[in-house]
Write a protein that binds this ligand. Structure first.
Ligand SMILES: Nc1nc2c(ncn2[C@@H]2O[C@H](COP(=O)(O)OP(=O)(O)OP(=O)(O)O)[C@@H](O)[C@H]2O)c(=O)[nH]1
Ligand SMILES: [Mg+2]
Length: 310
């Protein structure tokens, strides 16, 4: 079973890719040996995160980047993370429509994944999916995520290069997100630069960077109009320059090591939890929480008793 799946993935069979990714998304177990084998072949892909507020033009930018990468002979896998959260109202139809344009192209694979409001687990699944795409031979993996909170931080952990997309009106938004947003960005893209306020935003950003990024190089700020292609060639070039800079400074290695460490940590957590919550432990917890009278004991004591550390 593992062999058939792995062979399909390694030979870039998009149908099998789809199936494996669905299994990951739905939390189904994959055959023994699947992930070790995938890992061995997933090392070389470059992972890029495109994150930003709803409607900023992330998909349009991704579309433009796909075109540039494929023209350069690179293959691209895209994971669009649909935030099925109350903020953005669910599935992103726009992504789906554009996906069809590549339906018959072996060099481009686009997949959207629902987060079901659970971005933590999502980050891990998205990384597993990225590995599967990398193992199929994709040179570039792009993650598109809507930055409405925790999401962009998780994505930043999963990629080599984080591009934060803003629009000229994003001033208030970045004031609110502040330091966190500034720290995770390797590059800012001010899209919809055809609209008023692009200059003012660039100014605001560089002011904020001066005060928060004391020890790291300031990320470049690019102006684009993704819908007509203005600034995309410059953006494409800057992506390569920034990746080279990250590599030369050792940051890229650092990011990859930190990513690996985080994944191991998360998997250990998951395994420990799975092992801990046996049915007898669940019954024990149920017994302790039958009625308001049964919760006399403080949660601390109850957890200690369950853990056997009281
Ligand atoms: N005026 C203008 N419109 C743009 C530009 N780039 C994209 N758009 C339009 O903005 C709308 C949203 O673009 P998308 O690429 O779907 O944005 P998104 O960030 O992927 O949106 P979500 O995934 O829903 O968060 C579309 O109608 C685009 O055609 C731009 O540079 N200028
Ligand atoms: Mg989109």
């Amino acid at each position: 079973m593992a062999d058939t799946l792995l062979e399909g993935i390694r030979s870039n069979d998009h149908r099998i890719l789809s199936k494996s990714i669905s299994n990951i998304e739905n939390g189904l177990t994959l055959p023994e040996g699947f992930f070790p084998e995938i890992h061995a072949h997933a090392k070389n892909a470059i992972r890029i995160g495109i994150t930003g507020p709803p409607g900023a033009g992330k998909s349009t930018l991704t579309d433009q980047l796909i075109r540039h990468f494929t023209e350069d002979g690179k293959s691209v896998g895209v994971v669009a993370i649909d935030p099925t959260s109350p903020f953005s109202g669910g599935a992103l139809l726009g992504d789906r429509i554009r996906m069809n344009a590549y339906a018959w192209n072996d060099n481009v694979f686009i997949r959207s994944m629902g987060s079901h409001g659970e971005l933590g687990g999502m980050a891990r699944k998205a990384q597993d999916v990225g590995d599967v795409l990398a193992a199929s031979g994709k040179d570039i993996i792009i993650y598109e995520t809507v930055g409405v909170g925790q999401g962009e931080y998780d994505v930043a952990k999963a990629v080599d290069l984080t591009c934060v997309v803003l629009v000229p009106e994003s001033g208030d938004e970045i004031q609110m997100m502040k330091a966190g947003l500034i720290e995770i960005a390797d590059m800012f893209i001010i899209n919809k630069s055809d609209r008023q306020g692009a200059k003012r935003l660039a100014h605001l950003l560089s002011g904020m960077m001066h005060s928060t990024r004391l020890n790291t190089p300031e990320p470049p700020v690019m102006n684009t109009q993704a819908n007509d292609g203005t600034g995309i060639a410059e953006l494409y070039k800057m992506i390569h320059t920034t990746l080279s800079d990250l590599e030369a400074s050792g940051r890229l290695d650092e990011k990859r090591l930190e990513r690996y460490r985080e994944r191991v940590r998360a998997l250990v957590h998951e395994e420990l939890l799975k092992g801990f919550w046996t049915s007898s432990k669940m019954t024990d917890l149920d017994r302790r929480t039958k009625s308001l009278e049964s919760i006399e004991m403080s949660p601390f004591e109850a957890s200690r008793e369950l853990l056997g550390t009281s």
